[in-house]
Design a protein around this ligand. Sequence first.
Ligand SMILES: [Zn+2]
Length: 146
Amino acid sequence: MEMLPGQPLPVPTVLTQPFWDGCREHRLSLQRCLGCRRFRFYPTAACPHCASPDSRWEEVSGQGTVYSWIVARKTYDPYWRNRVPYVCAIVELREQEGLFMPGLLVDVDPSEVRAEMPVEVVFEDVSETVSLPRWRPRGAAAGRSG
Ligand SMILES: [Zn+2]
C-alpha cells in the first residue's frame, strides 16, 4: 500500500497503543474503568469520573450519532487539499451518554449532515501498519442495511 504524501499519522504512546492496535484490526476499542464501569476517550492513566487507575480495553459497537460538526472548505495543506470539502464531526457513542469521539465523517454530502444523524465507524488503511477510524452515515455502504 502506498501512502499519500503528507499523510498525518498517529504517534502511539504506551497509553494509546491498544487503541491503535484495535484500529489496525478494524476494531474500535476503548478504555473502560474497572471502578465505575464507564468508558472513556481519549485514553488516560486514571478515570476522569472516579479517578480509578484500573481499566481494561473493551471493543465497542462503533455506532453513534453526530453531536456536532464543521465543514472544512479551504486548506493550505497539500494533503487535505484533495479532501475538501470534508466534515469533521464529534460523535456521541451509543454505549454511553457523553462519550464523544472526534473524526472525519466520510461518504456523505456535507450539506446533508444533521445533528443526531446515525453513524458508524469505518477504518481507512493508510499504511501497512496504520488504520484510522472514520465515521460514515449508518447503512451508507452498498448492500448494507442500517
Ligand atoms: Zn471510573
